[in-house]
Design a protein around this ligand. Structure first.
Ligand code: UDP
Length: 322
């Protein structure tokens, strides 16, 4: 039985990670300020004796006193707004949780003599990439002060902070760069493409493809991502940066057609300009090179897109009034 700490555990990926550890009879403590995470995602765990929820903001240090004397086998640091709509809405919070928040949790990791630390960085560190697919060795093409910079640069800073603690303090730190992920516990209004399209399709409303939908993404089902995060945290690869995601690349327009078909919707698929709540500099192509994750811990996402979408549609039907 392991003792796990998850920051951002009320969010989409964090709550799925929490569930997988609790299923394994591990003890899980979640830190979340519910800025973009949802208490609803934690409801299934609240009566579980192995689960503790601490509702605090990582950028303030008071939470550390609540954990005094505790040591964790694994710390997963996910806390941050993560969808473009969310981080564009909460720009300062995004900058602060990835910088000051990361500093605070790394200090806790060091002082508590905990075992392993994993920081969730993002494919956004590659910006609008000029290299394709993206390998971990690529430094990216990022606008340092554009509308996405509150997220891109915050995550890049977070990586720099993790690597500094790794080099200076010789700690067991891992960095995962997460590519687009989807599945149960996504929010209906997080603005992500999969949640938007499923919601629109279920309501028979227009499916809103931004620009012409020629831009591409590669979508990983959340269960596959959870396996990748667990394997990376247990691997003997401290100080390594590793892409996690599915390497099958798709045009957004095709995603619209697939979701419409699976839902059996009568929605129209319409191309519209980028709305004002979406940050600029939309990356035009994105596909992870996952050879490093495969080599280090045999990472191989296996859920077909149609199957993952089907499960996500079922989830949306059960959770939201659509
Ligand atoms: N997108 C879209 N319609 C939507 C939401 C998103 O066409 O209703 C596009 C968006 O412009 C981007 C892609 O889908 O090119 C993925 O967007 P998302 O917000 O899911 O995540 P990102 O990969 O940009 O972080």
């Amino acid at each position: 039985m392991k003792n796990i700490l998850i920051t951002g555990g009320a969010g989409f990926i964090g709550s799925n990670l929490t569930r997988s550890f609790l299923k394994n009879s591990d003890t899980v403590t979640v830190i979340d300020n519910l800025l973009t995470g949802s208490k609803k995602n934690l409801e299934p765990f609240l009566k579980n004796n192995l689960f503790t929820f601490i509702n605090v903001d990582l950028i303030k240090t008071e939470w550390m006193t609540k954990l005094t004397g505790q040591t964790f086998d694994y710390i997963f640091h996910l806390a941050s707004p993560a969808s473009p709509k969310q981080y564009f809405t909460h720009q300062k919070e995004t900058l602060l949780v990835n910088s000051l928040g990361t500093y605070n949790i790394l200090n806790f990791f060091k002082e508590s003599s905990s075992g392993s630390f994993l920081y969730t960085s993002t494919s956004e560190v590659y910006g609008d990439p000029l290299e394709h697919p993206q390998k971990e060795t690529y430094w990216g093409n990022v606008n340092p002060n554009g509308e996405r910079s509150c997220y891109d640069e915050a995550k890049r800073f977070g990586e720099a902070m993790c690597m500094t603690f790794f080099r200076k303090d010789n700690l067991n730190i891992h960095i995962a760069r997460l590519f687009n992920t989807y599945g149960p516990n996504m929010e209906m209004d997080d603005g992500r493409v999969v949640s938007n399209f499923i919601t629109q399709a279920l309501q028979n409303k227009d499916i809103t493809v931004y620009n012409k939908g020629e831009q591409t993404r590669s979508f990983c089902y959340v269960d596959d991502m959870i396996v990748g995060l667990s394997l990376l945290s247990q691997s003997q690869s401290a100080g390594e940066v590793v892409n996690l995601g599915n390497s099958i690349e798709q045009k957004i327009i095709n995603v619209a057609h697939i979701i419409k078909k699976i839902v059996g919707s009568s929605s129209q698929i319409t191309a519209i300009p980028y709305p004002s709540d979406v940050p600029g500099d939309d990356p035009q192509r994105r596909r992870p090179d996952i050879a490093k994750a495969k080599k280090l811990f045999n990472f191989a996402p296996s859920t077909p897109f149609e199957e993952g979408i089907q499960k996500t549609v079922e989830y949306f039907k059960s959770r939201f009034d659509l």
